[in-house]
Design a protein around this ligand. Sequence first.
Ligand SMILES: C[S@@+](CC[C@H](N)C(=O)[O-])C[C@H]1O[C@@H](n2cnc3c(N)ncnc32)[C@H](O)[C@@H]1O
Length: 240
Amino acid sequence: MSMVFANGRSASTYSDCLKEPLYEYNFPNRCDGRDLLAAVRDDSVPCVFFDPQYRGILDKLAYGNEGVSRGIKRSVLPQMDEATIKQFIAEIARVLIPTGHLFLWVDKFHLCEGVSGWIPESLGIVDMIVWDKQKMGMGYRTRRQCEYLLVIQKKPLRAKGIWAVHDIPDIWVERPSGCHAHAKPVRLQARLIEAVTNPGDVVVDPAAGSYSVWKAAQLVGRKFLGGDIVYGIHKEGVRT
Ligand SMILES: C[S@@+](CC[C@H](N)C(=O)[O-])C[C@H]1O[C@@H](n2cnc3c(N)ncnc32)[C@H](O)[C@@H]1O
């Protein structure tokens, strides 16, 4: 572990977080993300992205158009109920280093209803970013053009010496890339990774979809550890 003082970050570098080599770095591990997180040591990861496969719109609101025409591709992906999302976040809280960050993608329903019931005592919400996709989606009333990213930190909550990039606007314009129905913006995620990690640090995404976080980590010279229950390669010895 080495200390980095340049660029406004005074945190150590965390380049290995696995208890044993059950999963591979810089690899599309096909697995349940909760199993992958279980293989990670306590307090060992500075940055996690989590983009749940929300059921909220399907279960609670009729404005989403999920399961109909263009929504079909999305609705066949394994959905996560609230209990599953809470399990993921509890594990993420365990593996984050103190002052480490969780970037949590939320849909409009959860943005409005709140996610505080998912957030353990050890974490706090410190910021939020709106991603403007410059592309109109579905909706019975207004049509969706944005997605929302909560910036969550493991206590102690502080930016000084931890958050190193200071020109990220809280409305981010980037067109989606990739063919996954939920692909997230690679350039935004790369800037955020730069903000809260050192070169060589591990960035985790336990439900990686199109692996946009891996692409982002590669862009800025960080290691990636992640997987998806549908997308990826099944490594022998790891249960799905
Ligand atoms: C919203 S998408 C993620 C999209 C991703 N952020 C991207 O940029 O492409 C959610 C993903 O979670 C996956 N998933 C659902 N349940 C899972 C589980 N238990 N473990 C791992 N992945 C899971 C789905 O297969 C889906 O690809």
